[in-house]
Design a binder for this molecule. Sequence first.
Ligand SMILES: Cc1cc2nc3c(=O)[nH]c(=O)nc-3n(C[C@H](O)[C@H](O)[C@H](O)COP(=O)(O)O)c2cc1C
Length: 327
Amino acid sequence: MDKLLIGNVAIERTAALAPMASVADRAYRYICKEQGAAYMVSEMISAKGLCYSDRKTEELCTVTDTERPYALQLFGDEPEFMARAAEKLMAYSPDIIDINMGCPVPKIAGNGSGSALMKDTEKAYSIARAVVGAVDIPVTAKIRAGWDSTSINAPEFAQALESAGIAAVTIHGRTKQQMYHDRASLDVIAAVKRAVSIPVIGNGDIKNAADAVSMYEKTGVDLVMIGRGSYGNPWIFREIACALNGTAYTPPEMTERMDVMVRQAGLAVSFKGERMAMAEARRHCSFYLRGIKGAAAYRERCSHLNSLDDVKRLAEEVLRGYEKENI
Ligand SMILES: Cc1cc2nc3c(=O)[nH]c(=O)nc-3n(C[C@H](O)[C@H](O)[C@H](O)COP(=O)(O)O)c2cc1C
């Protein structure tokens, strides 16, 4: 299959997994990788936290070979801190460093980081230059369409980043003000693609293979990236690869769905311990149960999951119910 190059990093031109803080953790990424995610980006990491050696931040930086090609994503608003943090990240051997210039949440954007940088191209440029100058691996940035509907500036913003030495841009086609409402604009994504000669990754609202093919066709992007569309559906990566290769896609049987749900929870337990893993598994499991007959009752059960054994029992019960329905 055709590959895309970000600097010297080769990536299959199928679909990437989006960075998602508190969702796309290592267990989630392993599962998506197994189903064909072509490229993955870490949960965002605070540059200041890293510079002050916050233990929790360091845990976010771990890179395993299974995840490659893999980017660690930094957020921050000061070029010096961002450059120092990027240097520190090199100890973890990422393939790429990505800079978050799109996060809309008040805790990040309210402090001048994330999407707030879309309002200050000069500062974004300085940060990009500082990080590019600090490391010898490709540096990329993830941006939004603009701050609000009256200030859509992603194409010019991406050009400024390209001139700072950024090796690829991911564009989520919504403004900061839109948060996650409305639809991501394919027109803005296409305009960014036309504006720069570095690779462009398109992101926003891909829920199935048809959405991915449509984004490729309508925008000309080099790669598409999927966030929420992978919730409880890591098979979306295989579905997209099949559509692009012209091969038939067979959705997973219920046994495989439950197997993967249990395995993701098990991996999370091994990476972060049962207590923290279960707090997050409650949400993940409810996604795996979407569309199943009687899902509402099963989902209620999810909020009481306290151990990996609970997850296994839930999966067995779902399978028993499913077999009864389908005899
Ligand atoms: C729970 C959650 C956490 C996110 N965390 C990050 C993050 O850490 N860094 C980032 O650049 N974007 C983050 N995003 C934005 C996603 O990467 C993506 O741009 C957005 O969800 C739109 O894509 P989608 O429609 O495919 O979900 C997050 C989104 C969600 C829903």
